[in-house]
Design a binder for this molecule. Structure first.
Ligand SMILES: [Zn+2]
Length: 186
């Protein structure tokens, strides 16, 4: 999770400052939310007309292509982190600079379809992985090199959060891009 994006509630759970997602789901709800939301990500991404997917509405706002490439990276990262925490003793988890990755990977130019495939594969592996976790595994700990100790249960919430958070971004962005084109005729 991004420590600047989530805040800790008085009951100890995290909540996203932007979309309000709460890190308070059961294991089966995490899996169910991922399976339900993945088709919505696909729908929101493909609803943006092909010729607008590389566009940014503002220099600091990612394009639809970039959001999808980010989600592909993030879903693989989260699945890998949960797998490591489940199987290794306090693994050290490397940080991930999402803006540096977007720049280095030229995410605006990455088409959405291959990103959606990567995401669907990672989410599928993740749902299978968490479905097979014994109850006590949810409390296992990894050590994030920036955020410190982090519990498997919290990292696992990152998956439905990323999917839901960015589905919202993609829908808003699609609307904005379409209205820009209508207004400017470009
Ligand atoms: Zn959020």
């Amino acid at each position: 999770m991004d420590p600047t994006q989530v805040l800790r509630e008085s009951d100890g759970t995290f909540r996203c400052r932007e979309c309000g997602f709460r890190y308070a789901l059961t294991g089966s709800s995490i899996a169910e939310t991922c399976s339900r939301t993945m088709p919505e990500v696909r729908e929101a991404a493909l609803a943006v007309p092909d010729e607008l997917r590389a566009r940014r509405v503002a220099p600091a706002v990612w394009s639809p292509n970039a959001y999808c490439a980010h989600l592909a990276d993030a879903s693989e990262l989260i699945e890998g982190r949960v797998r490591r925490i489940a199987s290794e003793d306090r693994p050290v988890l490397k940080g991930y600079d999402q803006d540096a990755a977007a720049e280095r990977g030229r995410f605006d130019e990455v088409p959405v379809e291959p990103s959606l495939h990567r995401m669907e594969a990672a989410v599928g592996r993740f749902v299978e992985l968490i479905g097979a976790l014994p109850e006590d595994a949810w409390a296992r700990v990894g050590v994030h090199e920036e955020a410190g100790e982090i519990v498997l249960r919290d990292i696992a919430h990152d998956m439905p959060h990323e999917l839901l958070h960015h589905t919202g971004d993609l829908r808003r962005l699609g609307d904005e891009l379409r209205s820009l084109v209508v207004r400017r005729g470009v």
